[in-house]
Design a protein around this ligand. Structure first.
Ligand code: ADP
Ligand code: MG
Length: 244
């Protein structure tokens, strides 16, 4: 089996006359963490949404664990179950308790029985340190706890890859650390992750590769120590000067 988990080549995406992704190539090796940084509007979310098939690319190829998502004949629903996504807004089902948030897709999409789904849910709640919140409603949890539940929900589908789109951007500063801690732990466990983030410290410490995007292109990529620590391109330098 190939060591490559995600391979994106020549990806283009437009909305009407607005060209958002202008030819993106990304390779994520199995077990690696790739962090994507860049200014607002540079196309980071659109890139992740294409990988999760929430947006249909106009051109290019996306292969995730050997399955070409851009193939017309691919079973999109099946492929999507292997790709976990965590958004800036936590997107929990407000009318369901935590446990039900974690079991509903397992049952409906993966056809797991209630008992098995609950066991898997509790195991993943334990992983994010929230097993005791299984019977709470989302509104009873802090933002950081809700985001950890969202991570546990994604993990309950046994994804091959996890996509994170600014998972800590909507959180109060004191809650950011817990969510980053869970993500760090996942990285240590060998999860393949593609993470859009403004947390430069996290990227420096956890990322195997950092990608700087601007204007729909990848401007610079490499190890964090190079891209963040010693950027070569003017646009990267200017961006980092603003955020660091
Ligand atoms: P980032 O995540 O880097 O801030 P986005 O991928 O969200 O950037 O957006 C890139 C550009 O695409 C922005 O100009 C945004 O307004 C535009 N865009 C994103 N989604 C849509 C959409 N569904 N329809 C039209 N324009 C969109
Ligand atoms: Mg975005």
């Amino acid at each position: 089996m190939s060591e490559i988990s995600v391979e994106i080549t020549g990806l283009k995406k437009s909305f009407g006359s607005l060209d958002v992704l202008k030819g993106i190539d990304v390779t994520v090796n199995r077990g690696d963490v790739v962090c994507i940084i860049g200014p607002s509007g540079s196309g980071k979310s659109t890139l992740l949404r294409c990988v999760n098939l929430l947006e249909e690319p106009n051109d290019g190829k996306i292969v995730v664990n050997g399955v070409e998502l851009t193939d017309q004949d691919v079973d999109i629903d099946l492929a999507r179950t292997k790709i976990g996504m965590v958004f800036q807004s936590f997107n929990l089902f407000a009318h369901l308790n935590v446990l039900a948030n974690l079991t509903v897709a397992q049952r409906k999409v993966l056809k797991r029985g209630e008992k098995e789904a609950q066991e898997i849910a509790l195991r993943n709640l334990d992983r994010v340190g929230l097993k005791e919140k299984a019977n709470s409603m989302p509104a009873q949890l802090s933002g950081g706890q809700q985001q950890r539940v969202a991570i546990a929900r994604a993990l309950s589908m046994d994804p091959d890859v996890m996509l994170f789109d600014e998972p800590t951007s909507a959180l109060d500063p004191e809650l950011v650390g817990d969510v980053l801690g869970v993500m760090r732990q996942l990285a240590d466990e060998g999860m393949t992750m593609l993470v859009v983030t403004h947390e430069m410290q996290f990227a420096r410490e956890v990322a195997d590769k950092v990608i700087f995007m601007d204007g729909g292109y990848i401007v610079e990529e490499g190890p964090a120590a190079e891209v963040i620590g010693n950027p070569q391109e003017t646009r990267t330098q200017e961006f980092l000067a603003r955020v660091l």
